[in-house]
Design a protein around this ligand. Structure first.
Ligand SMILES: [Mn+2]
Length: 302
């Protein structure tokens, strides 16, 4: 049995690509199942309901198992015992992380907007059948990761995949489909500061220290205006409890591509000079943590 797992604090791509990759392996005649390392967010719930697909079961230990990694290749983003697993495959669209393997593996790492774009191409290459549920999962993940094609991470391959998948899924009105997805993506009503920070939090190792960078995608920054103090307190708590050099949170208005960065920790002083008169660190034209937020932070922290 091969277990297919996406990163911690799973986003829609991590869940959808695990489900889809497991089906690709099954189409090859292998025994495979998707698993997840964390809770399903509201957007992913919306996607699973639209596709009529069950969420993968939760699994946080993989020692001794054969695994495929989807949507990550950093040890810090995998199950804690990942180094004791046999990593047989990787499908990812991030920079190459620090996983290593004992045996040769199958790795598909493309600089595209979404893991599901790579999987769509693999299905085509292998002449595997894409069912309607699989098409919904893949096109939704691509639209989510690329924020409806607006992200600088979006490529022609992502757009071409969605066009083909929308046809298979018989989605007539792509704009309405995308809007429903983005409404679910930006729904944060009732979430606590801890839940918001944890929603899409990624851990990185940088200069021998640990850093976390979260992101909340919003329809307007006003959605979190009342919670700024609580969010900053939560970032500070994480620094204190986990010995982080920096805990940062990107508050991203996806309609204007404007990000406000909250930050706490020892390295905060390196970021403070970039704040405006009101003490807000605003990043214009910034939608993507991977292509914009984290590279900028690495530059400033170096
Ligand atoms: Mn992704």
């Amino acid at each position: 049995m091969i277990e297919v797992v996406g990163h911690k604090n799973p986003d829609s791509d991590s869940i959808c690509s695990a489900l889809v990759a497991a089906e690709l392996l099954k189409a090859r005649g292998l025994d495979a199942k998707a698993v997840r390392q964390g809770d399903i967010n509201r957007e992913t719930q919306h996607i699973l309901e639209t596709a009529g697909v069950e969420a993968p079961e939760r699994c946080t230990t993989v020692a001794g198992k054969s695994v495929w990694l989807v949507d990550f290749s950093d040890l810090a983003q995998g199950p804690d015992d990942l180094q004791a697993a046999e990593i047989a495959g990787i499908v990812d669209h991030h920079r190459l992380g620090d996983v290593t393997t004992v045996n040769p593996l199958e790795a598909w790492i493309w600089p595209v907007g979404c893991t599901c774009t790579i999987l769509f191409n693999l299905f085509q290459m292998e002449n595997a059948t894409i069912t309607r549920p699989l098409a919904i999962l893949m096109m939704s993940a691509i639209l989510s990761d690329t924020v409806g094609f607006a992200s600088p991470t979006c490529t022609d391959k992502d757009k071409a995949a969605v066009t083909a998948l929308a046809e298979i899924a018989d989605v007539q009105d792509l704009d309405a489909f995308t809007e429903a997805l983005l409404i679910a993506k930006t729904d944060i009503v009732g979430l606590s500061a801890d839940e918001l920070v944890n929603k899409d939090l990624k851990a990185y190792a940088f200069n021998q220290r640990d850093v976390v960078v979260g992101q909340i995608e919003l329809a307007t920054l006003a959605q979190v205006e009342e919670m700024i103090d609580q969010l900053e307190a939560d970032l500070q708590r994480r620094c204190d409890e986990e010995g982080l050099a920096l805990a940062a949170l990107m508050l991203t208005d996806i309609t204007t591509s404007t990000t406000r960065l909250l930050f706490r920790g020892e390295w905060s002083e390196k970021l403070a000079p970039f704040a405006d008169a009101a003490g807000h660190l605003m990043m214009e034209n910034t939608l993507s943590r991977k292509k914009q937020g984290w590279p900028w932070l690495q530059n400033v922290l170096a």
